[in-house]
Design a protein around this ligand. Structure first.
Ligand SMILES: [Ca+2]
Length: 504
């Protein structure tokens, strides 16, 4: 009997070891079943505007809860402070300057590998809802669908097409909190105007507070959308095998936010949750970008990562049990801007590159003779939508630009900028005091400048190598933007009654 027992016991033990080692994803890089990916993305939403990121006024209980079960990234950035290029880099896993016209807003999308297509080829069901990649015109380069995948009206519609056992990836991109905001939406949502922290680069007035409160209301609406998608996948029995990602595409739509290389343009919230396999309730300080999604998803799905993707997989961070700094080499990000809206003579953009480390932000502006916010008097790179919709903060700053208190803020947001900018994060977290010309920082400036140039050269940026690409000449696929027709309020604020006499 004893020998029989031993005979049984040994194979069982071997069996258990085999099963355990097969399902140890942290070491193998593959899973019993390929995981699903659910991206829930807000639009034009800066990193710090969530309860879990320290905002005292906003109520975002659903996203906060997800963060407590997942990994919260405290230094997450997008590639470029503009919808289309930030999203293009996410799909391609590459820096924007490697993507030709996709580095511009309203451009095309070259035929380069995207994670969505590679996952589809590996058997995934792939879909988007909402904006996906854009705005732009991917069909000009032969794309049949949005490069993010086929568009669906709802998750249910998408889910009905999934074959039994098939893995999927779904990208819901919300329109919130993109302008125009629902006017006075804050009143119904119980947001306390007096408690809002107005960043010091904006005037602290009631108009501005109301504008921020309307933006806050839309973040709270996004938080509810997040809850509804999580409830849906739970109902469908998909929660356990789904990696949930909450992030935005770029920073908020305020002066010095969107279309700027400052943190309020490029720094985003990012939470990734898969309690089944990723140790949760963690905060990570590593510098990461949206570009890292593509290699991450491919690795998790066991699909080979194309060499052309120069972003790095987040898997070592996700599967770690540590807080804080996990990969010490992830100590900087490089961001870029080319043309955002069509707001300068002849379609000129405002090219720039920036390197952000823990301690510094260094920006190189290639064309310092141009207007960073767009040519006056419209300054269309700030709130392009102000032409049709009210943009209270921008209007206030334009109307009061001669006021002694407002003037310095107006100049920070709308005036021309020097070729180099350097900000000391610990002393100047809002990046308002450019010390690039101060002697005591000359050494650090040179060091950051060299590091930036080396990265751009190595990654083949036409701005720093012999490769050529003319972003200013690239097509802008929204004709209407080229001959703006400001609305009545904008005409009044800007004193343009003569130029735009079509409105009585
Ligand atoms: Ca956006």
């Amino acid at each position: 009997m004893t020998s029989f027992k031993n005979y049984i016991a040994i194979p069982l033990w071997v069996f258990v070891v085999l099963v355990t080692s097969c399902s140890t994803p942290e070491k193998e890089g593959t899973y019993d079943k390929k995981p699903n990916f659910l991206i829930l993305m807000s639009d034009n939403h800066s990193w710090n505007h969530l309860g879990v990121y320290g905002d005292k006024v906003l109520k975002t209980p659903n996203i906060d809860k997800l963060a407590s079960e997942g990994i919260k990234f405290n230094n997450a950035y997008c590639a470029s402070p503009s919808c289309s290029p930030a999203r293009a880099s996410m799909l391609t896993g590459q820096d924007t300057w490697r993507l030709g016209e996709a580095a511009n807003l309203w451009g095309g999308f070259p035929q380069v590998p995207v994670y969505t297509k590679l996952l589809e080829e590996a058997g995934y069901h792939v879909g988007i809802e909402g904006k996906g990649w854009g705005p732009g015109k991917a069909e000009e380069n032969g794309w049949e669908n949005n490069p993010g995948g086929e568009r669906y009206g709802s998750f249910e519609e998408f889910y009905n097409e999934i074959e039994k056992g098939q893995s999927w990836t779904y990208w819901y991109s919300s329109r919130d909190p993109h302008r125009p905001f629902r006017k006075d939406g804050w009143k119904k949502s119980g947001i306390d105007l007096a408690s809002i922290e107005v960043p010091p680069y904006l005037p602290d007035t009631e108009e501005v507070r109301k504008d921020i409160a309307d933006y806050y209301n839309e973040i709270q609406l996004f938080d509810r959308e997040v809850a509804s998608y999580i409830a849906l996948i739970e109902e469908m029995g998909q929660l356990e095998n789904t990696i949930i990602i909450v992030c935005s595409d770029n920073g908020w739509q305020m002066p010095r936010g969107l279309a700027n290389l400052y943190d309020f343009g490029t720094k985003i919230p990012l939470i990734i949750s898969w309690p089944e396999h990723f140790p949760g309730n963690r905060e990570v300080e590593d510098f990461v970008t949206l570009n890292d999604f593509a290699p991450t998803f491919l690795e998790l799905a066991g699909v080979e990562i194309p060499e052309v993707m120069n972003a790095k997989s987040l898997v070592p961070i996700l599967t770690s049990e540590k807080n804080g700094i996990i990969d010490s080499e992830r100590d900087f990000v490089v961001t870029a801007r080319e043309r955002h809206a069509f707001v300068r003579k002849d379609g000129a953009g405002y090219p720039g590159r920036a390197i952000r480390t823990n301690d510094y932000l260094y920006i190189r502006n290639y064309e310092d003779n141009r207007w960073p916010a767009g040519d006056p008097p419209l300054y269309g790179d700030v709130d392009a939508h102000m032409l049709q919709y009210p943009a209270p903060t921008k209007f206030y700053m334009l109307e009061n630009q001669e006021d002694n208190q407002i003037k310095p803020l107006f100049e920070l947001a709308f005036s021309k900028r020097p070729k180099e900018e350097l900000y000391i994060i610990s002393e100047d977290p809002y990046e308002m005091n450019n010390v690039a010309q101060e002697e005591q920082y000359a050494e650090i400036k040179t060091q950051l400048s060299s590091q930036l140039t080396a990265y751009l050269k190595e990654s083949g940026d036409p701005r720093e190598t012999d490769t050529e690409f003319d972003w200013d000449a690239a097509e802008y696929y929204m004709e209407g933007d080229k001959t703006p027709r400001p609305g009545l309020e904008a005409i009044e604020v800007l004193g343009l009654e003569e130029e735009y006499s079509y409105i009585d």
